[in-house]
Design a protein around this ligand. Structure first.
Ligand code: ADP
Ligand code: MG
Length: 236
């Protein structure tokens, strides 16, 4: 589904991502973990197209997307639930989702968009807030809206950057349930997460980064035992 091959990204003298390779398989939930500053968000930004790599390639469904714009990647089916653009605060929740549904996938009719938005509102428990302005939402509802906007584009691959941060345990459970339901509907998920119980419960496979490099890959139990991984977390 997604192949990241030997990606490198520098910021001046700093190598944020160094020769990193990974793969997301169809229908898979892949977690990317690693200490602060490991290069996880930079890697996600390279995949979504917000940043361009200095070296390496990105393939999506067999097609090279390394130099495509974020919009072109979104149209191919890569959705992200962290913001490129802020939600439109003066618009309602429903209107925000309509924007995602109509512009996330070219050729979507108004009737189709309305159907998708109704389903996403239910899925993300935002139905009772549908006609409220986006500016009046709580933190949790804000996060749901962010996820809902990504889902409204009907992605084949969903990218999540620490969406559980700041959630209470019950809210995190709901978010995990939502991610599972997204995968059940056929979407692959690549998520960055700090909360290890969430990683353990949700991920089919885990990729560990440290200092820009991929240092381990495999099932959670195995990477958690990996001496390099343990050293990376203890060393900071
Ligand atoms: P993580 O998400 O794993 O915490 P990041 O990808 O955000 O790590 O950052 C990796 C490294 O790149 C860090 O040292 C960070 O300070 C640096 N970095 C990230 N974005 C930029 C930027 N836009 N300009 C300069 N340095 C950056
Ligand atoms: Mg980050």
């Amino acid at each position: 589904m997604l192949k990241v091959q030997k990606l490198t990204k520098r910021f001046g003298g700093l190598v944020a991502v160094h020769d990193a390779s990974l793969e997301v398989r169809p229908g898979e939930i892949l977690a990317v973990i690693g200490p602060n500053g490991a290069g996880k968000s930079t890697l996600l930004n390279l995949v979504s197209g917000l940043l361009r790599p200095d070296a390496g390639r990105i393939l999506f469904e067999g097609r090279e997307i390394t130099r495509l714009s974020p919009e072109a990647r979104a149209h191919l089916g890569i959705g992200r639930a962290f913001q490129i653009v802020q939600p439109f605060p003066e618009m309602t929740v429903r209107e925000n989702l309509m924007v995602g549904a109509l512009f996330g996938k070219p050729g979507t009719t108004l009737a189709e968009a309305e159907r998708v938005v109704a389903a996403v509102l239910e899925q993300t428990s935002l139905a009772d807030k549908a006609d409220h302005p986006a500016s009046g939402l709580t933190l949790v509802e804000d996060k749901r809206l962010e996820l809902a906007r990504a889902l409204a584009t009907r992605p084949k691959l969903l990218l999540l950057d620490e969406v559980m941060a700041g959630l209470r345990p019950k809210e995190a459970q709901e978010a995990m349930h939502l991610v599972r339901s997204v995968r059940k509907a056929g979407t692959s998920v690549l998520f960055i997460e700090h909360v290890m119980p969430v990683v353990k419960a949700l991920a089919d496979r885990v990729v560990v980064m440290d200092h820009g490099e991929v240092i381990a890959e495999g099932p959670y139990e195995r990477v958690a035992q990996n001496p390099r991984v343990r050293a990376a977390y203890l060393g900071r």
